[in-house]
Ligand binder design. Structure first.
Ligand SMILES: [Zn+2]
Length: 327
């Protein structure tokens, strides 16, 4: 079941990605795309080094700040429309509802809530989960931390929102910019969101407008320099060109927060075990334990690359950053 759903997801995603390609040139169609300056430091295109082209989407690195991003990039207005009606995203939401997916995500989310609580004001906090999908994280907050945190979410995908509402969660189908100005929060969580944003800086400025004094923000994004990415490079499914627009390193994610005036309180990389790398590599069947790790990683490296080494060298699958929001 899970295998079939994942297979369907990748087939749909590939179809959707190809719908934006000009059949004449094999490149992203200019009707849907535009050239942009670096979204992190503003450097013009002559400062962007071409890294590779994958399925018609071009990936560059800014030689000024080091950010990797897609350029030309899919136009913002078109993206908004696309997220609301993407067939692939609908299937992704179904996958998020599977018991196997939720089994590993439970520990992952609970660990993150415990980290947030260490940096929170003592009072009962209001939390906003931005891009909350079908609300599994919100559900865990409600089940385990109801006495400390009152959590709500916003999400663009209609199917995800209806799942969340059917569980009795407080989720709205809207963007951050649609929230009333007087709505304030103490905690913001962004799991796998910032890499989808064409303009992350204005977004982080917007968050300030909804922050109570002392509020914190937790951000998790794919690590452009994870061991997994160093193994697979452009073959990684993370480099799709339309959903993921930005690819951060430790330096560039910290720069994004510091440049927007936020105080970085905590940073590390997560999902640091080889089992996580293996699960990501066997993408159609992430939970099949019968497949040996040696199929993906040479035995000599398995011995050398233990979890401590991966953690200490920031090679985990995702970057995690917690910051105090500028007052
Ligand atoms: Zn730059």
């Amino acid at each position: 079941m899970d295998h079939d759903l994942r297979k369907k997801y990748f087939e749909e995603l590939e179809k959707e990605l190809q719908e934006l390609i000009d059949p004449e040139t094999g490149w992203l169609n200019w009707r849907y795309a535009e050239l942009i300056p670096c979204p992190l430091c503003g450097e013009a295109t002559n400062c962007h080094e071409k890294l590779f082209i994958k399925n018609g989407y071009a990936f560059v690195r800014c030689m000024q700040c080091g950010l990797i991003f897609t350029n030309p990039q899919v136009k913002t207005d078109f993206l908004k429309e696309l997220y609301g009606k993407s067939r692939a995203t609908d299937i992704w939401v179904e996958i998020q509802e599977s018991s196997q997916e939720q089994a590993w995500k439970k520990d992952y989310y609970l660990e993150n809530i415990n980290l947030i609580i260490k940096y929170c004001p003592g009072r009962v906090c209001r939390l906003l989960d931005i891009g909350c999908s079908s609300g599994y994280f919100l559900q865990l907050v409600e089940n385990y931390f109801n006495d400390k945190i009152k959590a709500v979410g916003i999400e663009l995908n209609e199917k995800a929102v209806s799942y969340a509402l059917s569980k009795g969660l407080q989720v709205r189908k809207c963007l951050l910019e649609d929230l009333p100005k007087e709505e304030k929060y103490d905690i913001f969580t962004l799991f796998g969101l910032i890499e989808h944003l064409p303009s992350p800086k204005p977004f982080l400025e917007q968050i300030k407008e909804h922050a109570n004094p002392g509020a914190v923000i937790l951000v998790i994004v794919p690590n452009a320099y994870s061991l997994y990415h160093l193994f697979l490079q452009q073959k990684s499914v993370s480099f799709d060109g339309r959903n993921h627009l930005l690819y951060f390193s430790e330096d560039t994610i910290k720069k994004l927060f510091r440049d927007t005036g936020h105080e970085v309180l905590y940073f590390d990389t997560i999902l640091t075990g080889l089992d996580n790398i293996k699960r990501t590599m066997q993408w159609y069947d992430p939970y099949d334990v019968s497949i040996k790790t040696e199929k993906y990683i040479p035995l000599s490296m398995i011995t050398m690359l233990n979890e401590d080494y991966i953690y200490q060298n920031n090679l985990g699958l995702r970057l995690r950053l917690l910051a105090r929001i500028a007052g």
